[in-house]
Design a protein around this ligand. Structure first.
Ligand SMILES: [Zn+2]
Length: 279
């Protein structure tokens, strides 16, 4: 009788130990699922600029974003493990540039096949440039640090700078690099996306580009835009989406030109609010 009791107690202890072991194991599994190799503590964010859009434009944004995700390949670089949230956030920002009435019937960023995403700023090899006039090639071998780049077929981005743009930073690397991609669709122009009539565009952009080159401390536009007409267009597009009120105030003609081109009227009275969850 007593022997049996001891055996029953041993069995109960063994059973309890097994239950605890299973609980610990499940706990670990749960933890590793949520906190271990799941970098998607990131949730997909819809651009804060969506609230400027009409219901029709928001529907178009959804379609364009889906199309982008279907057509473009994403590659995580430097150890970034790519998630659906990364892809959807970037696609959503890029498609703000292509919400015009005709955009659904036109190619969507045909010059971009893939998007390379780094966790942070990345280094690129320096360009090989001949500096000396005596035929001696001097190469500055220090790599360049970048937060974004547009190369044939590719856009390269730093994720931490994508996040900064969503939080309202004046730099929007997605808008900037995809504006370059639009520019490259027409080899005969520099600093302009494809359009039927360039007359207004050339007049306003030319005047404002010259103004930025003269200005020592421009109030809105990044002085980087003074480098070339191509950089100017990308910097103006960034200002339109990130600081529309300041752009309207200091560069009214540019603001109107871009309102007409993008077919978007920013709500200039409002601050860019933190991001909404993506639908
Ligand atoms: Zn640029």
């Amino acid at each position: 009788m007593e022997g049996l009791n001891v055996a029953a107690i041993d069995f109960a202890i063994a059973l309890a130990a097994l239950v605890v072991a299973v609980m610990v194991w499940r706990q670990r599994r749960t933890h590793s699922r949520h906190w271990g190799d799941e970098p998607a503590a990131i949730t997909a964010a819809a651009p804060p600029q969506l609230k400027w859009l009409s219901a029709e434009q928001q529907a178009r944004w959804q379609l364009q974003t889906q199309r982008f995700l279907h057509e473009k390949r994403f590659i995580g670089c430097a150890g970034l493990s790519l998630t659906e949230a990364h892809r959807r956030t970037i696609a959503g920002l890029a498609c703000l540039l292509r919400l015009q009435q005709n955009a659904l019937h036109e190619a969507l960023f045909p010059m971009v096949r893939e998007v390379l995403l780094y966790p942070d700023a990345f280094l690129v090899p320096p360009p090989r440039e001949t500096v000396s006039e005596h035929g001696l090639e001097l190469v500055d071998d220090a790599p360049d640090e970048r937060i974004g780049e547009h190369a044939p077929g590719q856009v390269v981005l730093s994720w931490s700078d994508v996040e900064a743009a969503l939080e309202g930073d004046s730099v929007n690397v997605v808008i900037h690099e995809f504006a370059h991609a639009l520019d490259s669709e027409n080899p005969d122009t520099e600093g302009a996306p494809p359009m039927a009539d360039y007359r207004d565009w050339s007049a306003v952009m030319g005047q404002e580009f010259a103004r930025l080159r003269r200005h020592r401390r421009p109030p809105v536009l990044d002085p980087y835009g003074a480098q070339s007409p191509a950089e100017f267009w990308c910097v103006v597009a960034e200002a339109f989406f990130q600081q529309p009120a300041a752009l309207e105030k200091h560069h009214t003609a540019l603001f109107r030109l871009l309102t007409a081109y993008f077919e978007i009227t920013p709500a200039v009275g409002e601050h860019l609010a933190p991001t909404l969850p993506a639908a």
